[in-house]
Design a protein around this ligand. Structure first.
Ligand SMILES: [Fe+2]
Ligand SMILES: [Fe+2]
Length: 330
């Protein structure tokens, strides 16, 4: 059984090992373990920017967030790498390496998805990308490490609220949506849950201070929201929907839902004494993580069934302790 804070890499697919006559007993990651997965998400030409065809507004809200990732996540990685030099605790340093490896996977896949968006009718997004690159470069040059880490902690606390919303309301948000995009977004949220405490732990170890952390909660989350908004406005304008009042109502409805879910997380994380490790992991996320560990990495991506009423995790785990295979350390 893994100790708290293990960083695990994808191992040989169990099927291949079984063929070699090796007995395979999977290690189930525990809360706090960080698993670096290389899932070959693919976005062939038939993936459409309106991946939820009845809701272009919601599709573009997610597309706008995706647009920020190849600029935001390298910034998080660079800040973490710099802060690690100030951290002596070996567990936190190991977690930081897991965080950087996971974020590295995320932004690379988002970049491929964003290329598809630009190729499929929204080349003007490239201008916003240029501005984002400049903005993050300026922050790297001009802002203190404490601010940059506080920004990272702030953004990471927003992702916890976002995960809770996307998972709890998945039947509404992803109903009959393209399973390839839905599965990719939900995978990202699963891994955000796994490394939820890492930026906070590194901040506390490298450059502790309450007020800067409180500022970072809003600086990080509002900045990413602002860039995402730039992206979805550009796409809705291109669609001719930006001035359509029915479209605007649908957009506001999703925006209000987002704020309603995320705000309590942001407010809690701005309090003194906050500790993100106390935020519970959604059961759906734990099932995804355990199911993936039991399935092992495969060449084929398993997709969320977005036509199913319950929309279970694509990787499912036995539901009772009794049914679980024997566990042992890898
Ligand atoms: Fe990420
Ligand atoms: Fe993250």
């Amino acid at each position: 059984m893994g100790s708290h804070g293990d960083v695990l890499a994808d191992r040989q697919p169990p099927d291949r090992l079984r063929k070699l006559g090796v007995e395979v007993r999977p290690h189930l990651p525990q809360p706090g373990d960080i698993v670096v997965r290389r899932i070959p998400f693919d976005f062939p030409d038939d993936v459409e920017p309106h991946w939820k065809s009845d809701e272009p507004e919601w599709s573009h809200m997610v597309n706008g967030a995706s647009l920020t990732m190849p600029y935001l996540e390298p910034f998080l990685i660079d800040s973490m790498r710099e802060a690690m030099h100030l951290v002596e605790d070996s567990r936190i340093r190991q977690d930081a390496r897991g965080f950087m490896a996971q974020e590295g996977q995320h932004f690379r896949i988002h970049r491929r998805y964003n290329e598809l968006l630009k190729a499929k009718g929204y080349p003007e997004l490239a201008l916003i990308e240029e501005e984002m690159q400049k903005s993050y470069d300026r922050m790297r040059d001009r802002r203190s490490l404490a601010f940059r880490m506080a920004y990272s902690v702030g953004f990471e606390s927003m992702t916890l609220g976002l995960t809770s919303w996307l998972v709890e309301e998945r039947r509404d948000l992803f109903c009959n949506a393209d399973p390839r995009v839905s599965s990719f977004i939900l995978w990202h949220m699963v891994e955000e849950t796994e490394h939820k405490r890492v930026a906070f732990d590194v901040y506390q170890a490298a450059c502790p201070g309450y007020w800067m952390r409180a500022v970072g909660v809003f600086a990080g989350s509002l900045d990413v929201m602002r860039w995402s908004r730039r992206g979805y406005i550009a796409m809705l304008k291109k669609d001719g929907l930006w001035t359509d009042w029915r479209s605007r109502l649908r957009l506001w409805r999703r925006g209000i839902q987002f704020i309603r879910h995320v705000m309590p997380f942001l407010l809690r994380s701005a309090l003194p004494g906050h500790d993100p490790s106390r935020e519970p992991d959604p059961a759906w996320v734990r099932e995804w993580i355990e199911g993936y560990a039991l399935a092992g990495p495969t060449d084929a991506v398993r997709l969320v069934d977005t036509s199913s009423p319950e929309m279970p995790p694509p990787y499912s785990a036995p539901t009772t302790q009794h049914d679980r295979p024997t566990l042992h350390s890898p």
